[in-house]
Write a protein that binds this ligand. Structure first.
Ligand code: ADP
Ligand code: MG
Length: 314
């Protein structure tokens, strides 16, 4: 079941929360919606799930638009809101039953569906407890169970792992991956490693607009800057800039050589290297051939972390 978002804009008073967003999510895809706080993730999700209307633009779920078919759209969607609004004085089973009725699950199906979701979401040990007594991890699982009860084909999860400890995060991720094969997922997060671990595709959003769209590895490729290699060499040269630097420059793929320090016959060079090339072996062979002592060699390239940082810095 696909999601099509077209030219979506939402204005709150003087605040433009999202500005002309367009994207598609294909059936079976797990889309990560990544952006810093205030980027517009929750606003977009609330519009897709028919909780708030857009100021302009449209959303279609499987060809049904949110204005004319809001009831049907809601039936097709499971939604875990940002502030997972659970009733703290209800016990887990009662809450799930209440949610099932709200979602229009048929009377005779309510029992079996709850039983299944309690199993899938690992709620067996806490099913008779009040939600208020549960840890954040278990509350999040109750929220997920609630979102899954009516067997929606589309799941919209707003920061599903926020506030969880590392073990709980792994469990929720696995659950999403396991379910993800059959469903269309949109999950938001402000944590980069989250999308790398879980998602097929990433949309990076900043200040209400999309700044990048692709698979995690595509984004890393597209935004990878020049690599640098830092070398520390004992060459015995009296003038390393004249005697050593030209030899380093002559290596294939080296775009620039800088002498960053030189003391006690130890020189530090920073080489800029063309994207994607690895010249460490060439450097090593050159050092051997020239009789230089290679004291240090470190390679660095732009990580997806830096890409995200660059794109969302305001
Ligand atoms: P995110 O989920 O990415 O953190 P939100 O969609 O919650 O971002 O918010 C986007 C922007 O819209 C923020 O600047 C936020 O302050 C503003 N905003 C969100 N909800 C409201 C609201 N109900 N009234 C006014 N401004 C809002
Ligand atoms: Mg949010």
């Amino acid at each position: 079941m696909s999601i099509t978002v077209r030219n979506l804009t939402k204005v709150y008073g003087a605040q433009k929360a999202i500005n002309d967003l367009s994207f598609e999510v294909k059936t079976g895809e797990i889309l990560g919606f990544l952006g810093p706080n205030g980027a517009g993730k929750s606003t977009t999700m609330k519009i897709i799930t028919c909780y708030i209307p857009p100021t302009a633009g449209t959303v279609e779920i499987d060809g049904l638009n949110i204005f004319d078919h809001s009831l049907e759209v809601r039936r097709k969607i499971g939604y875990l809101p940002e502030m997972n609004p659970l009733y703290l004085d209800m016990n887990v089973l009662d809450y799930l039953e209440y949610s099932a009725r709200l979602h229009g699950v048929g009377r005779e199906l309510i029992g079996p569906r709850i039983k299944e979701m309690v199993g899938v979401c690992g709620l067996g040990t806490v099913r008779h407890k009040d939600i208020g007594e549960l840890s954040k991890g278990f509350r999040q699982r109750v929220g997920l169970a609630q979102a899954l009860l009516h067997e929606p084909e589309v799941l919209i999860l707003d920061e599903p792992t926020s506030g969880l400890d590392p073990n709980q995060i792994v469990e929720i991720r696995n659950l999403i991956k396991q379910l993800g094969r059959a469903k269309t997922f949109v999950l938001s997060t402000h944590i980069l490693s989250e999308v790398q671990a879980t998602c097929d595709r990433v949309l990076i959003i900043n200040e209400g607009t999309i700044v990048a769209d692709g698979t995690p590895s595509q984004l890393q490729q597209d935004f990878r800057g020049a690599e640098t290699i830092t070398l520390e060499l004992r060459t015995g040269a009296t003038n390393p800039l004249e005697e050593v630097a030209p030899k380093l420059s002559a290596l294939p793929s080296v775009a620039g050589v800088e002498l960053s320090s030189n003391a006690d016959s130890v020189s530090r060079f920073v080489l800029s290297v063309e994207k994607g090339s690895d010249i460490r072996e060439d450097v090593f062979r050159l050092a051997v051939a020239e009789g230089w002592v290679l004291l240090e060699m470190t390679r660095s390239s732009t990580s997806l972390e830096e890409v995200f940082h660059k794109l969302t810095m305001s």
